[in-house]
Design a protein around this ligand. Structure first.
Ligand code: NDP
Ligand code: 8X3
Length: 254
């Protein structure tokens, strides 16, 4: 039977790698993000592997857009087995007394409210069609520990940690699994976005050590999804070997 996964934030980094991983394992995919050109390109690439792909362009912060996109899915896409709540970002790395409310709102609206809007709609679909579904939330080491200047980003990922536990309890009776995957440093466009497109500054984050790559996290997501029906991975914390906590790294000095 055909399996369908919906991946938010599939235009880059972890989401894009996860889309490729699922496609190569025979899944049909609903790929989402705000950048329509990137979604189209990914759709064309994945369709070469004869996978069925639906690209949906919406901003997870906009509840009306999320509702419209997911309530008006074409009939042949009304079955979703796996949701990967991956869309998210950090904006800024500033002390609480020096941060910008614009950055705070972007993070809270995307990482917490966006995840909720999408999860609500997909949970309705899973319930309605009695699908033994699986929701994967992308948390972070920042959802386990706070680091200096990480304040609001860490708060949003702590919220994802709490929501993952709450969703697991509430959706248990519908046989819907909930897994949280919490990465340490992964070299993607994450730091470019965090530093408002300052590429020089973004690059320095990964200087002197080997960061994870998006595919390492896609591997973990696939591991969780491919367990037998009676097994659920609740939570997975995955770090580069050179990272011991949110702020302790072993870096080459040269
Ligand atoms: P990228 O910046 O490479 O990808 C982020 C993705 O999120 C993009 O596809 C982007 O798509 C999407 N996105 C952002 N805002 C919105 C929005 N408002 N509506 C819809 N989609 C949105 O970063 P990563 O791949 O690294 O990040 C993916 C997830 O992993 C995030 O939740 C991040 O917090 C988490 N994470 C990342 C770590 C890292 O070190 N990289 C470590 C721990 C967790 P578009 O711009 O097209 O909308
Ligand atoms: C991203 C990892 O350590 O930059 O969630 O917050 S970190």
């Amino acid at each position: 039977m055909e399996k369908v996964a919906l991946i938010t934030g599939a235009t880059s980094g972890i989401g894009e790698a996860t889309a490729c991983m699922f496609a190569s394992n025979g899944y049909s995919l609903i790929i989402t993000g705000r950048r329509a050109d990137r979604l189209k390109k990914l759709k064309q690439k994945l369709e070469k592997d004869s996978t069925r792909i639906l690209d949906l362009c919406f901003d997870v912060r906009n509840e009306d857009e999320v509702k419209k996109a997911l309530k008006e899915l074409p009939n042949s896409w009304k079955r979703i087995d796996v949701l990967v709540n991956n869309a998210g970002l950090a904006a800024g790395l500033d002390p609480i007394d020096g941060g910008s409310s614009d950055d705070w709102n972007r993070m809270i609206d995307t990482n917490i409210k966006g995840l909720l809007y999408v999860s609500y709609e997909v949970a309705q679909i899973m319930k309605e069609h009695k699908i033994k579904g699986h929701i994967i939330n992308i948390g972070s080491i920042a959802g386990k520990e706070v680091y200096p200047n990480g304040n609001v980003y860490c708060a949003t990922k702590h919220a994802v940690d709490a929501l993952s536990k709450g969703m697991r309890m509430d959706l248990l009776k519908y046989n819907i699994k909930v897994t949280q995957i919490c990465p340490g440093a992964v070299e993607t466009e994450f730091s470019l976005v965090r530093f408002h497109n300052d590429a020089e500054k973004a690059k320095t984050v990964y200087d002197g050590f080997e960061a994870l790559v998006a595919n390492d996290i896609a591997d973990c997501i696939w591991f969780a999804v491919s367990r037998p029906p009676h097994v659920n991975i609740n939570d997975m914390l995955v770090m580069p070997t050179a990272q011991a906590s949110s702020s302790v790294f072993f870096k080459n000095k040269s």
